[in-house]
Design a protein around this ligand. Sequence first.
Ligand code: RNT
Ligand code: ZN
Length: 418
Amino acid sequence: MSILKSYELAREQYAQIGVDTDKAIERLKSIPISIHCWQGDDVAGFESLDGSLDGGLAVTGNYPGKAKTPDQLRADMSFAFSLIPGPKKANIHAFYSEPKSLKVDRDAITPECFDNWADWAIEQKIGLDFNPTCFSHPKSSDGLTLSHPDEGIRNFWIEHCIRSREISEYLGKRTGVRSVNNIWVPDGYKDNCFDKVAPRERLLDSLNKIEAKKLDAKYTRDAVESKVFAVGVEAFTVGSHEFYMGYAMKHPEVMLCLDAGHFHPTEVISNKVSSALLFADEILLHVSRPMRWDSDHVVILDDELMAIGQEIIRNDFEKRVNIALDFFDASINRIAAWVIGTRNTQKALLKAMLEPIDLLKKAEYEFDYTTRLALTEEYKSYPFGAVWDYYCEQMGVPTRDSWFEKVRAYERDVLIKR
Ligand code: RNT
Ligand code: ZN
């Protein structure tokens, strides 16, 4: 059946419950999703430094065709972008630098090392987000970086983070879109920690040094990301949720980052947004999917993803919640992973926009929990897919599952030949 015909029927059905689907589509067009480059190369980076993936980050699988050069990675991302509707940003890491000379260590990176990324982003008409890379490096091999007891190592990572902030500001200026600079460090212990205070004091001191200089808020803004555990860091992380929550509250210019995979297994970030935004003007989300001991599965349209979408949409938080993705799976086509995860995140937002929000809030305020339950359940099977398809068509990207054959063709023509 034609996409337009289905849409017109869906529009009528939604109109009956007071939902304007055209408005929902317009709203979705205004919400950028920051897409992480590191799904494309299994979080490897392109440095010729001696560091393999560490810091509790684990990527499993050996699907063929991963990007081995920055140009390949950008080509793959550009292709993925052509299959994803709506506004996007690209999220990059410091170890994707392309220095003009042979080797530039992390404490020496400069904005020019990211000129190729900036040029590409301008061409794609997108903004760029940034992250210092405090892992996969000889100086992170003790599992401690900004909280390392050795002052020399600490200073190395402080310098790296200071430079990352400046690079982020530069990228914001180049692209004309504010760049978010997100600081995550892997610091922690595999086994029980005897002194929990000293490492946190050192992390705090390092952050204060990193944040000492004020940068132009028009172009960059920092965020700090917590984590509860990782493989090899089971017992203790220095940068816990309470640590960074406290830090962000005391330093309101720094945003709190909530990663969906960084909490205890049944703890969800969808239930943190409303509290965090009572005390902060903006937050950063890392949309991911925890699965047992892994925190970074490709996001699917599950209850938690929909709950994240609902929290943003029901409360008009889209200008205050920076939505970024953070997952990596090397066992499937990496471009498909981007497309699946991003389109799902957008679907979750759209689905939330198709609820009659005022009506459901009213039922709740009136203690009419029967209406609340009956209607939310009924609306789950309203023809949301027809609205999504129409949106994709309007945005000039493949509708329904037709993006997939394009990924298969790209795999055959490009990826397999690498
Ligand atoms: C790690 C954090 C962090 C990373 C990326 C690569 O647990 O989630 O955001 O995934 O920086
Ligand atoms: Zn993350």
